[in-house]
Every structure is written in C-alpha cells, then in structure tokens.
Design a binder for this molecule. Structure first.
Ligand code: SF4
Length: 389
C-alpha cells in the first residue's frame, strides 16, 4: 500500500503518528475500544518490538517529518518505558521529528509510579493525558475503573514533579446519580489540579458492553436527554468561566494547549496508525482510509510473514473528501476555512452544500471566512451534520 503524500492537493508536509496499545488491566464496563486483558505480562513487553517492525515497514510509503505522536489505547502506560523509548528512537530515525513535536501518552492513573513518569518524560513524552474520569471512589468503582481518587491525585503530582507542563485530564459526565451540583463540584476539583487541557465525555451506552446489558435489564439508568443537555452546558459554562477554550465538542484547553495531534484529525490531515486496531488516513488522491484489524493474533501473524498489517477500507472520492472536511472541521470551534476549502477542492462550501447550509439555519455561522457551529449547534451535531453526508 503506497501512501504518496505528494499529490495535487497541497497539504502541509509531515504527518501525525498514532500508536495503539490494545491492553488494559481490566475491561471497563462502558468501553468498546479494542483492548484485551492479557493473560501474561510478556504479551505487553513484546509489543513495542512489533510496533517498531510495523513502523519500519511503513517507511517506504510515508514522508516525514512527524509533527505529532500519540500513544493511545487501551492503556499505553502499561508499556515499559524502555519500549516507548525504542519506539520513539525508531520513529525519529525513520521519519524525523518536526520542530516542537508533540508527543502524547494516555495513562491510567492506577498504572503509573513517580519513577515511571520521570522516565517517560526523560524518554521525550511531553504531553500526558490522565484518564481520571471521576473523583469519588464510589463513582470510580461504578465505572469499573482500576484506580482510586488518591491514585489520580498522586499521578497529577508525580507528573508535575516529572516535568510534564502539558497535562490533560479526562472526565466522564452524565453518569447515573450525578446531578449538576455534583458535576460542578467535580469540575471545580479538576480545575484546582491546574491541567492545561480537559477532555469531557458524556457517558454513552455502547452496544455489546456490560453497561448495555445493564441498561437493557433495568439495572442502569442514565440521565434523560434534557439532563444530558444541561450537563453539557454546565461543563461548557464552568470550564469557560475557568478560562478554558471550548475548542472541540468534547475538548477544552488553555490557550495554546489544544491537542495538536487531535487537531490534525479534525483538519483531515494524513496520519499513520500503527498497532492492532489502529486506523490511518493516507494523503494519496482524495485520501484513503486504512485499518489494522482489531485482532492481535492476526497482527502478529501478518508481521511475522512480512505482510502489510493494514487493509484499505475506503478510497475517498472528491465528494466524500469534501463531506469529511465539514464533518470533522465542524467539530471544532475554528471550523472550516472557506478559502482553504476552495483552494483544495476548487469550489466554495456554499457552492457544494447549499441545501445543508440552509437546513442548519442559524446554528451554522460564517465569520471571518470560516464556517462553524456554536455550542447549541454542537448539541445538535449528529442531527445537523447528517445534512452534509
Ligand atoms: S482503561 Fe480505557 S481503554 Fe481500557 S477498558 Fe477502560 S476505558 Fe477502555
């Protein structure tokens, strides 16, 4: 699979690298991400070597430099630091690093020691995303998390001492028995921890998860739609008051601390995803989406036989590329630039999507040459964006 980035559509050079770690200590009952609980620790210890092999295989198809690297999962903080160091060394030798590259790693607060965080920072990871999710022990237990409130506080302190000055914290809201006062209290406590970035996701029920079964049998009741809307507004208001930019539907940052890796997804820039269950967007033609099947045995087998790990799942035509540009870009406060869209596709947004624009009404605004939704638009995002697809 050749992903030739030197195509007619002028994109900035370089790309982001996503590395998927499909291991967790235990499975949270709400989660449908691809991850397994390994039977033996060796399975995790041998995984970095597989990522490095896959990375080297990709060298012929992708032109660096790397602008960002994101270790996601699963639980990447289960990987040994030595393995992370070797992956970063190999990525740098293979593709080169752009100046001020952002290197993020997702960590479960129950899996990191001060020593681990010191070593991680020394290895070059410069952005840490801690999956705190809730602040009271009984709520963490209900979410099936392996960590406690104290683990989270310890991890934040240790991360600071290790020199992480770009720290992101995750919160899950719209949980059962979480009213607005309790939510405000949790947000306040998170803000007191002085993160640079917060990712806040409303709890949703994903098909096939234990929570889906519990909901079906009546042992789990999520807040209704009105309560979910009120919670979303509450998160927006509290974090805006605290000085965070609500820069994407679920993401908030101090100015200048927006996650550059994730912004590149929403700007529909090419990225390479490695690891079982990872996805890529190649920059050839109007874009091609690849996927590594979420199957560890198959992943190992393909690498052992020298085969490509990823399969093509979609070759985009111009119409799809235009729709995706809106679909992704309208998730962000910066929205989509009319000039950049016209430059790339030869037609303006208004020419391509007159009906969709009309249907979105005043939820879709055009300011200073950019189209974007406001917070009310984001609340209706699924409904409104369907007009563009
Ligand atoms: S730790 Fe994260 S990836 Fe692992 S099961 Fe829980 S939510 Fe899913």
């Amino acid at each position: 699979m050749v992903c030739d980035n030197t195509t007619a559509q002028s994109l900035p050079s370089g790309f982001g690298l996503y590395l998927h770690t499909p291991f967790c200590r235990s499975k949270c009952p709400y989660c449908d991400f691809f991850s397994i609980v390994p039977a033996k620790m060796q399975e995790i210890g041998s995984y970095p070597a597989l990522l490095i092999q896959e990375l080297r295989q990709s060298a012929k198809s992708w032109d660096g430099p790397l602008t960002s690297i994101f270790f996601g999962g699963g639980t990447p903080s289960l990987l040994p630091v030595q393995g992370i160091q070797e992956i970063l060394d190999s990525a740098c030798a293979t593709f080169g690093f752009a100046d001020a590259i952002e290197i993020s790693l997702e960590a479960n607060p129950g899996t990191v020691s001060p020593r681990y965080l010191d070593q991680l920072r020394a290895a070059g990871v410069n952005r840490l995303s801690l999956g705190i999710q809730a602040l009271a022990d009984e709520d963490l237990a209900k979410l099936g998390r392996v960590h406690s409130r104290q683990d989270s506080l310890n991890a934040v302190n240790a991360a600071r001492r290790a020199g992480f000055d770009n720290l992101s914290l995750d919160l899950i809201y719209s949980r059962p028995e979480q009213d607005l006062d309790k939510l405000r209290g949790e947000i306040d406590q998170l803000v007191q921890l002085q993160p640079q970035h917060l990712s806040c996701y409303g709890l949703t029920i994903e098909e096939g998860t234990p929570f889906a079964l519990m909901e079906e049998t009546g042992s789990l009741a999520l807040p209704g739609e009105d309560a979910a809307v009120a919670a979303y507004r509450c998160v927006h208001e509290e974090l805006s008051k605290a000085g965070f930019n609500h820069y994407e539907i679920s993401n908030f940052a101090r100015p200048g601390y927006e996650c550059r890796h994730n912004l590149s997804y929403w700007r529909r820039r090419p990225y390479l995803g490695l690891g079982a269950g990872a996805h890529s967007l190649c920059g050839n033609g109007w874009g091609e989406r690849l996927s590594v099947p979420p199957d560890l045995a198959l992943y190992r087998q393909r690498l052992a036989s020298g085969m490509a790990t990823a399969e093509s799942i979609e070759v985009c035509d111009q119409q799809l590329a235009m729709a995706e540009t809106l679909y992704l870009g309208l998730r962000t406060a910066e929205g989509v630039s009319d000039a950049a869209f016209s430059h790339r596709f030869g037609r303006s947004i208004a020419e391509v999507f007159p009906v969709a624009i009309k249907r979105c009404g005043n939820r879709l605004k055009q300011d200073y040459g950019r189209w974007s939704f406001d917070v009310d638009g984001w609340l209706l995002y699924d409904h409104l964006i369907a007009n563009f697809l």
